[in-house]
Write a protein that binds this ligand. Structure first.
Ligand SMILES: *Cc1c(COP(=O)(O)O)cnc(C)c1O
Length: 484
């Protein structure tokens, strides 16, 4: 057999001519490297033209098409109109910038086509290694369990399910909640996926008490104490506190150590949503700010945000592997384990979460962590926070702009002071459409603000200066238009 022939039978989907496939692959790599090299020359985001949008309503293709022409279509219809979060001017929401090494790992994972639901093979060992590294980063014990998932939304859901099962017993998995009046607590700054996790867990989002925050945006411990006391008095069953390490609105960090103490005192599960903040554990400068995270029962975070791993790569880590497993493991004859052979390696990843078939997300995380090293990723965190501070200083110096929240880490919220709420939103859209930068908006203290989250390792002072300049330019244009 030569390298240009496939090993498969005539009826397989493998191309007869592997050289054409190889050439196509090389072209894709070349194009992707070129895109990376010219990233700054393209806009931070560009809207889909109508003709492109219209192309997305075709019928199911029934006949084959050459893979190279399908790729051409990708180049025309998809690549130019993506989220834009690779671009250094992208500051909307909380998006990682990705790396090329991560992209190559995605390709390798696809080529290998491993299924990480279970069984005894190196990709599962690789994921276990990544989870052990995550535990080490968080200061968790080495026997902590965990799983790579799509994102923190699902990682938070898994934490709620583990906490619930731990609180009311594994038999609740069969009999349901049976009116146990569970209640949980998180700050008003908690991400929206936290109430949704309670809703999806069948507990109901009404069972999540929203605790007020202090001036720094951290959960107020006195208010939490009072709520727990009231709920106990009322015969309810507090079971979970969700702390936030890096709030989505302003980057605030809860008092994690005090929360851990309070949870220990009341025998509550302490979960931390550290979606992007967890990676600050790799920064010598910011690690002390997360003190107490190592005492949590579980932590949810993303590798696809500050660690720059390509989407998607969320992670749940649970201190007590037995509690974690008790929430998900379920015997099935077709999934029985053996002492040797491919069915060895108990427990399997499918014992720790809702998915059975699972892709090889771990490879891109493993390759990213090895290629750059934890110290280098910690420096990315430092650098993003420096750029955010530069942006905050610029805003402070501009008479027409006002910082809307303290800048704790990497998120800067501000307003164009002469404008109303609609004006802030309109300016953000103007800036996005210009391609100069892509900020998003949120609401702080009841008012719409423009929000820049510096998460991308490519973003520099020059990019946030461009955001400020563009904001002032479009604000001025709108003000003039309103006067005319
Ligand atoms: C981004 C984010 C989430 C959601 O994470 P996904 O990976 O998008 O599911 C949850 N909490 C916080 C604080 C976040 O920043």
């Amino acid at each position: 057999m030569t390298a240009s022939q496939t090993a498969s039978g005539d009826q397989s989907l493998d191309a007869a001519d592997l050289d054409a496939l190889r050439a196509l692959g090389h072209r894709m790599i070349d194009d992707a490297v070129d895109e990376l090299a010219s990233l700054r020359e393209t806009g931070a985001w560009r809207p889909m033209p109508d003709a492109v949008r219209a192309a997305w309503s075709g019928p199911l293709p029934r006949v084959p098409e050459n893979a190279a022409s399908v790729y051409d279509e990708y180049r025309r219809l998809i690549a130019p109109y993506a989220t834009g979060n690779r671009h250094p001017g992208f500051m909307g929401w909380v998006h990682g910038g990705g790396t090329f090494v991560g992209a190559l790992a995605e390709f390798l994972a696809g080529a290998l086509n491993a299924n990480l639901g279970g069984r005894d093979h190196a990709p599962v060992a690789c994921e276990r290694q990544v989870i052990a590294w995550a535990a080490e980063m968080l200061g968790f014990p080495p026997d902590a369990s965990g799983l790579l998932v799509t994102g923190t939304s699902i990682a938070n859901l898994i934490a709620v399910l583990v906490a619930r099962t731990d609180a009311i017993g594994a038999d609740s998995r069969a009999r349901g909640l049976r009116d146990v009046p569970l209640v949980a607590y998180a700050s008003v700054a908690a991400h929206g996926c936290v109430p949704r996790a309670l809703d999806m867990a069948g507990i109901g989002s009404d069972a999540l008490r929203m605790v007020p925050c202090d001036a720094q945006g951290a959960l107020r411990l006195d208010a939490l104490q009072a709520m727990i006391a009231d709920d106990l008095q009322a015969g309810l069953a507090p079971f979970l506190v969700v702390g936030t390490a890096g709030s989505v609105d302003s980057g605030a960090i809860d008092h994690l150590d005090e929360l851990a103490t309070l949870c220990a005192r009341h025998d509550l599960w302490f979960h931390v949503d550290a979606a992007y903040g967890a990676i600050a554990m790799l920064s010598h400068r910011y690690r002390p700010r997360l003190a107490g995270i190592e005492r949590a029962d579980s932590v949810a975070f993303d590798f696809h945000k500050w660690a720059q791993v390509p989407y998607d790569a969320g992670c749940i880590v649970v201190r007590d592997a037995r509690a974690h497993r008790a929430a998900f493991a379920r015997p099935a004859t077709y999934l029985s384990r053996t002492a040797r052979g491919l069915a060895a390696g108990d427990p399997w990843p499918c014992d720790f979460g809702p998915d059975l078939s699972r892709g090889f997300r771990a490879l891109k995380v493993w390759m990213t962590l090895k290629t750059y090293g934890g110290n280098r990723l910690g420096q990315v965190v430092d650098r993003c926070c420096d750029v955010a501070r530069h942006l905050a200083a610029r805003i402070d110096a501009e008479p027409l702009l006002l910082l809307a929240a303290p800048v704790g880490l990497n998120i800067v919220c501000f307003r164009f002071t002469p404008g109303d709420d609609a004006m802030q939103a309109a300016i953000a859209e103007d800036v996005q459409l210009s391609g100069i930068a892509a900020p998003s908006t949120t609401v702080i203290d009841g008012r719409v603000v423009i929000r820049a989250a510096i998460v991308n390792h490519r973003t520099t002072e020059r990019d946030v200066d461009a955001l400020v300049d563009a904001t002032l330019l479009f604000a001025q244009r709108r003000t003039e238009a309103a006067r005319a």
